[in-house]
Design a protein around this ligand. Structure first.
Ligand code: UDP
Ligand code: MN
Length: 293
């Protein structure tokens, strides 16, 4: 008897993965990477194997974005990796304005001097370069994992070791139930971030990714290199570093995926009932005042 296999396209699979009626949530990717939602893990069990793990959190506070830092650090101190050892790496050009936040014993804030760039896209994109450089220079010797976050956000619930794995990305809250055709992958074929049509199952957010230092070093180095190729060719992907992150994660599948609990914007999005926790949420921000953008 012969078996007939039919190849399901990425967009068809996406449609299957996103049922219109959400009674359950998707808990693994088609590559069997777990998708982390409230209820899919038990911190009491997970904390033990990570007891001797040090986690580095990278955050950029360049130019006026330093105003978000106090709330970011204060809320991280309460919610981020509680019970574990954390190094905060604050990349800034505004040392004098970095707030002195009292952190848990043994935790430290390391200020890393970096230059700024003339536009916010420049800052956003050069994060890859800076994380890559510092990974090689110090993170590889200082921490086991890196968690790379946007800074115009605050933590609002437990965010712990359940996210850690060799490489993880976070479902973009604007697209996690969207149709595949609406994902804002890069469609310009000249860009290194170009995304072949009908590929990719998820659209990942630029503001939350991480993994082992080695994997993050590889990711950030690769993304920086291809952004430089684009730059030489006078091309910039529409969603900047996020476009390149998505392309990288197409070719290097994450071993864990974080649900939109891990990145949410209450002002922009209507919270569905299955989103039981909001762990990391956008702060109100005045784009005009920050960048005239
Ligand atoms: N950023 C910064 N200074 C800037 C612009 C951006 O420090 O002038 C950093 C900051 O950490 C911010 C991240 O780059 O969270 C990404 O930029 P933004 O949050 O404005 O992008 P969006 O979330 O609006 O796409
Ligand atoms: Mn942001």
């Amino acid at each position: 008897m012969s078996h007939r296999f039919c190849r399901v396209s990425a967009s068809e699979l996406c449609a299957l993965l996103r049922p219109r009626r959400w009674t359950v949530v998707l808990v693994t990717t088609p590559c069997f990477a777990p998708i982390i939602w409230d209820g899919t893990f038990d911190s009491a069990i997970l904390d033990t194997p990570f007891r001797n793990t040090t986690i580095g959190l990278t955050v950029f506070a360049i130019k006026r974005y330093v105003v978000f830092l106090k709330v970011f650090l204060e809320t991280a101190d309460k919610c981020f990796m509680v019970g574990h050892k954390v190094n905060y790496y604050v990349f800034t050009d505004q040392h004098a304005d970095v707030p002195n936040v009292l952190l848990q014993e043994g935790w430290q804030v390391v200020n890393l001097e970096v230059c700024n760039y003339p536009c916010w896209q420049g800052v956003s994109m050069h994060r890859m370069e800076m994380i890559s450089n510092f990974s090689k220079k110090c993170f590889l010797h200082e921490v086991d994992y890196l968690v790379c976050l946007d800074e115009d956000m605050m933590l609002s619930d437990h965010l712990g070791v359940e996210i850690l794995f060799s490489l993880f990305g976070t479902l973009h809250p604007g697209f996690y139930i969207a149709d595949h055709q609406t994902f804002t992958y890069e469609h310009c074929s000249l860009s290194q971030a170009h995304f072949p049509r009908d590929e990719g199952y998820f659209y990942y957010a630029g503001g939350f990714f991480g993994g082992s230092v080695l994997q993050v070093h590889r990711l950030t180095k690769a993304c920086h290199q291809v952004m430089m190729v684009d730059h030489t060719n006078h091309i910039e992907a529409e969603w900047h570093d996020e476009s390149h992150l998505n392309k990288y994660l197409l070719c290097h599948k994450p071993t864990k995926v974080l649900s939109p609990e891990y990145l949410w914007d209450e002002r922009m999005l209507c919270r569905p009932p299955f989103l039981r926790k909001l762990r990391y949420v956008a702060m109100p921000k005045n784009h005009q005042a920050l960048w005239n953008r």
